[in-house]
Design a protein around this ligand. Structure first.
Ligand SMILES: Cc1cc2nc3c(=O)[nH]c(=O)nc-3n(C[C@H](O)[C@H](O)[C@H](O)COP(=O)(O)O)c2cc1C
Length: 191
């Protein structure tokens, strides 16, 4: 079954990016796709300590919830990252999650192991983000660069994004049903 993995990076529960992500997953669910939502603020994922021990065996020595995430990341057909813009980048929660993928980077580039079997159909990824500011088109660029970088390592094609400015307060996105509809429609377009 096609698996859609949603990673919610905001520490604000039911915030703008989480609501958009839920809507996308709901859309995918209506098409019979299997969906899973991980709320990063509800799990325990420490930052990478740059110990470099993953360069020996491709495993991270930090015993926390990230250990459950590696297989999910490697198995999903679609991966959706959702994060607010925090000082021109992704949230600390999402950045820690991404940095801990250094273990997978080591498997691939140091140990020369295959992350994804060649028979696996093309994997695709999307990025959902909101910002408080309006009229600053470059506000998402730092976060997009980070997401593109990790998608590249995980062999996920960056297929698109939902980026909305002017969403300062919790629930602002609910005042824009057209944007929620865009997220739902994107979910229904996944195959
Ligand atoms: C710590 C922090 C840093 C932020 N930095 C920015 C920023 O650099 N630019 C911006 O436009 N909005 C910034 N914001 C506003 C959030 O991006 C905005 O409220 C977003 O919609 C929150 O999404 P959420 O409801 O999913 O958490 C910041 C908010 C916080 C709490």
């Amino acid at each position: 079954m096609v698996k859609v993995l949603g990673i919610a990076g905001s520490p604000r529960r039911e915030g703008n990016t989480e609501l958009l992500l839920r809507e996308l997953l709901r859309g995918a669910g209506t098409r019979g796709l299997e969906t899973e939502l991980i709320i990063l603020s509800e799990v325990n994922i420490s930052p990478c300590t740059s110990c470099d021990l993953c360069q020996n065996d491709g495993m991270c020595v930090i015993e926390d919830d990230m250990q459950l995430m590696y297989q999910k990341l490697l198995e999903a057909r679609y991966i959706i990252f959702a994060s607010p813009i925090y000082f021109s980048g992704v949230s600390a929660q999402l950045k820690s999650f991404i940095d801990r993928c250094q273990a997978l980077w080591s498997r691939k580039y140091i140990l020369k192991q295959k992350l994804i079997s060649p028979e696996t159909p093309e994997r695709k990824g999307y990025f959902i983000s909101t910002s408080g500011s309006i009229g600053n088109n470059s506000v998402f660029q730092g976060a997009i660069a980070t997401v593109r970088a990790i998608f590249h390592v995980l062999e996920i094609e960056y297929k698109g994004e939902l980026l909305y400015q002017g969403m300062e307060k919790k629930g602002d996105i609910l005042k824009c049903p057209d944007k929620m509809q865009e997220a739902f429609a994107l979910g229904t377009s996944l195959r």
